[in-house]
Design a protein around this ligand. Structure first.
Ligand code: NAD
Ligand code: GLY
Length: 359
């Protein structure tokens, strides 16, 4: 089993990664000082595939387990469904020692973490991420959120999990598009932090795309190590953590103008990373060869790299201007100076952004 420790003082926790460990969560939980009441939050699709294994493993160790389902989809990561979960917890008599488990992708993980941070002013929760994106990104770092009708992830808290339990076998049932969406975040770690890792991703494309178990464990581990290192140094995103937003300024804008219907998150940030790299090349920070290399890796993994010609450019630029990372009217963006080397909070001029988006 691979182990990574997220160092955050008294809020430190472990990320454990292996294959076939879903049904040993009960045994593992005995080592934690949690009470006997556990509630698993999931959605019908993931629950049908994996809830039995988790429930049985917990029952075997005498935990008192409830299953709370929310509908599948980003649209349900909202205050109403968070309230629904809170109501269920009150009904089943959850107390301060009780523990929540998020079993699912980033949607389930974000709303469960949000509820855990609110219930009785905060209780423990465990992340069991079942999408690649959740395994390498959303389950680690303690950002929790629900969406508001006026903006995605606008209502949220920082609330770290007590454990992240990653079973790579859950990826066997993940649809190809969802898998590739997670790969975009994995490639992001190579660009923002680790050139050797980037090269490993270039060289092992076939194994990764064939979901070779050992290779998956290796790339998930390295991704989690990089995210842990960043979060440990800057939990609340006062500076360094912003590096994780590479590709997200243009990526989020693309998701917004297409009403979250055309792109999965990883697809949108794949395009975002390519355009933000091009911006860096245009401004003379990134050399042409490295820009081409960045574009090529996303393309070779089957991820989109171009903004479709039918998309209204001015609407897209307006959406970038509304990004919550901007401050005091200035567009702040993360751009690569080279593979493994970034400029954080770079203030970009609207006309430069327009040039790149209009290309
Ligand atoms: P998701 O949770 O919607 O899951 C994608 C789809 O895959 C869903 O239909 C889900 O039911 C299904 N699914 C999940 N696991 C499966 C499995 N093993 N087999 C088959 N199907 C499975 O999407 P996601 O990409 O995991 O997460 C996106 C969410 O994560 C967004 O809400 C985003 O805002 C959030 N996010 C949060 C952070 C953070 O730091 N908190 C970081 C990145 C993204
Ligand atoms: N996914 C961005 C972050 O965790 O900061």
């Amino acid at each position: 089993m691979e182990k990574i420790r997220v160092e955050l003082g008294e809020r430190s926790y472990e990320i454990l990664i292996d294959s076939g460990i879903l049904s040993s969560i009960g045994e593992r939980l005995l080592r934690y000082s949690v009470g006997k009441k556990i509630a698993i939050v999931s959605n019908p699709k993931v629950a049908e595939l994996y809830a039995d294994r988790v429930v049985n493993s917990l029952k075997k160790e005498d935990f008192d387990v409830s299953l709370i389902l929310i509908p599948d989809g980003e649209a349900y990561k909202d205050y109403f469904w968070a309230y629904h979960i809170l109501t269920k917890l009150l009904e089943i008599g959850f107390d301060r020692k009780s523990c929540l488990i998020a079993l699912g992708g980033g949607v389930v993980g974000d709303i469960t973490g949000f509820v855990a941070s609110l219930y009785m002013r905060g209780i423990a929760y465990i992340q069991i991420p079942t999408t690649l994106l959740a395994q390498v990104d959303s389950s680690v770092g303690g950002k929790t959120a629900v969406n508001h009708s006026l903006g995605k992830n606008m209502i949220g808290t920082f609330w770290q999990p007590s454990l992240v339990w990653i079973d790579v076998d859950t990826l066997n049932s993940l649809p190809e598009r969802e898998f590739l969406s997670g790969i975009a975040e994995v490639i992001k770690y190579g660009i923002i932090w680790d050139k050797d890792f980037y090269e490993l991703l270039e060289k092992n494309k076939n194994k990764i795309l064939n979901r070779d178990k050992h290779c998956l464990i290796k790339i998930i581990k390295r991704s989690c190590e990089i995210k842990s290192e960043i979060v440990s140094r800057d939990e609340r995103e006062s500076s360094l953590r912003a590096i994780l937003n590479y590709g997200h300024s243009i990526g989020h804008a693309l998701e917004t103008v297409t009403d979250y219907c055309s792109y999965l998150h990883g697809e949108a940030i794949s395009i975002g990373m390519v355009y933000e790299a091009r911006l860096s090349e245009m401004l003379g920070f990134l050399n042409k060869e490295e820009f081409e290399r960045i574009r090529k890796i996303f393309k070779e993994y089957g991820l989109p790299v171009d903004i479709p010609s039918v998309l209204d450019r001015s609407e897209l630029i307006r959406a970038v201007l509304l990004d919550k990372k901007n401050l005091e009217g200035k567009i702040r963006i993360v751009i690569p100076e080279g593979i493994g080397k970034m400029k954080i909070n770079f203030e970009v001029k609207v006309e430069d952004l327009m040039r790149v988006i209009n290309e």
